[in-house]
Ligand binder design. Structure first.
Ligand SMILES: [Zn+2]
Ligand SMILES: [Zn+2]
Length: 253
């Protein structure tokens, strides 16, 4: 009986001690559940990032070319890693392969980034999925991340504050760049409970930031509903200029 229980427990917890990227056993448990080797292969975004959208900068200056040219409705966005290599694989697995257990380690990367940026939001709002999309997938990946971040930081979750009322196309299916993405998300969200965000500093949580069109549109309606500040936190963000190969930009949903 005792053996059975131990076997069951090791089955339940085995993932806690294996690297989420390569699957190898971790010598010691860390919050990211990432081995040193895989961590080194990720593109961690340090201080060389755009002060508006948080993308890693490859040139001089404080802002990326896109933020210099286009207005975004959030105050700032940040992410711990670039959406390339292992980080992109993790997002795909989390979103499309039902690997919900990835929520805790991915959220850990995100909370550490938030603390480092010195931002202290009043409420956390996961980017809502359209009801139909959430039913198909069975879960909203952003809500899983938001829940983890909310409980580890003790900041209240305002998941009911907004809803996605327009079915949008997955960004990867869009051609035509920025304009098409902006048109796709235009009026996609409504604030359903303004009292939850009015006068508050709101942190939007999502898995990936690509053009920032989704986060910007959600920020626009939150501000209209009286939010005092809006920040966006994602696990990954696409590079300022995606490399010619090896990059996946299916990002926003
Ligand atoms: Zn590994
Ligand atoms: Zn930028």
């Amino acid at each position: 009986m005792k053996d059975k229980i131990l076997r069951l427990l090791s089955f339940l917890f085995v993932k806690d001690f294996n690297c989420i990227v390569c699957g190898r056993e971790l010598p010691s448990r860390n919050g990211y559940l990432t081995c040193a080797n895989c961590y080194q292969k990720m593109e961690i975004i340090e201080d060389d990032r755009c002060l508006k959208c948080g993308k890693k900068l490859f040139g001089e200056g404080d802002y990326c070319l896109d933020c210099e040219a286009h207005e975004k409705h959030f105050d700032r966005a940040f992410a711990p890693v670039s959406y390339v290599g292992a980080a992109a694989d993790l997002v795909m697995a989390f979103k499309f392969e039902n690997k919900r257990y990835l929520a805790a380690p991915l959220a850990r990367y995100m909370t550490d980034r938030l603390l480092r940026e010195g931002v202290s939001p009043d409420v956390i709002l996961p980017v809502p999925l359209h009801e139909k999309r959430e039913k198909e997938r069975g879960y909203n990946q952003s809500a899983l991340l938001a829940k983890e971040i909310s409980s580890s930081l003790g900041i209240s979750l305002a998941a009911k504050a907004a809803a996605r009322v327009k079915e949008t196309l997955t960004s990867s299916l869009l051609t035509g760049g920025r304009e098409a993405r902006e048109a796709n998300v235009k009026d996609a969200f409504v604030v359903t409970e303004p009292a939850l965000v009015k006068g508050k500093c709101v942190l939007i949580v999502d898995d990936v930031l690509t053009t920032g069109a989704t986060a910007s549109e959600l920020s626009r309606v939150l501000r209209k509903a009286g939010a005092s500040k809006v920040y966006a936190l994602t696990f990954a963000t696409t590079r300022e200029k995606p490399p010619l190969q090896g990059d996946r930009t299916s990002g926003e949903t």
